[in-house]
Design a protein around this ligand. Structure first.
Ligand SMILES: [Zn+2]
Ligand SMILES: [Zn+2]
Length: 162
């Protein structure tokens, strides 16, 4: 990575509050709160990605904080890790040129993250498995708990093989 090119966000090296802000109009001026452990893990992912590609690829945050009302509106779970309590503990992310499953495997390598694989990217959060560590967003959500909870790739292959 080019050391001269180092960015500095207002949350962590690569992340900005504006990326994590709940997008609803009510939250325009609300304080953005993101778990420092989650940020640390996302930064670890960037380190792995940049090392692998030998260039810097930004992690794009699709959804960070959500207020209770907005979370309800978009059909999120009651107890969503996106709702700050007091800090937001989830991020939906994508990286251009990296398939969601490959991004998920990078998150698995970092460890301590629950990972949801979607078409648009992945959900990551720092909550404890309960019991699932992984899930896949299909027409409904398929959880790893009773299928294969130790290896994301094995779980993914089982689900995708049908
Ligand atoms: Zn909101
Ligand atoms: Zn999410």
């Amino acid at each position: 990575m080019d050391g001269n090119n180092k960015s500095l966000g207002d949350l962590s090296t690569n992340f900005w509050k504006k990326e994590f802000r709940c997008p609803c109009p009510k939250c325009r001026k609300k304080k953005v709160r993101v778990s420092s452990l989650l940020l640390f893990k996302l930064e670890e992912m960037i380190t792995i990605i940049d090392r692998g590609l030998d260039l810097h690829r930004p992690v794009i945050v699709l959804s960070g904080n959500r207020c209770i009302e907005y979370n309800l509106e978009i059909g999120g779970y009651n107890d969503s890790a996106h709702v700050p309590n007091p800090d937001g503990e989830a991020a939906d992310i994508k990286v251009r040129g990296i398939k969601p499953i490959d991004l998920g495997l990078i998150a698995e390598k970092v460890g301590g993250l629950r990972i949801g694989i979607a078409e648009w990217g992945i959900h990551t959060d720092i909550r404890k498995p309960s019991p699932s560590k992984f899930w896949i967003y299909e027409s409904s959500i398929i959880y790893s708990g009773r299928i294969q909870n130790e290896s994301l790739l094995e779980f993914y292959n089982i689900v995708k093989r049908g």
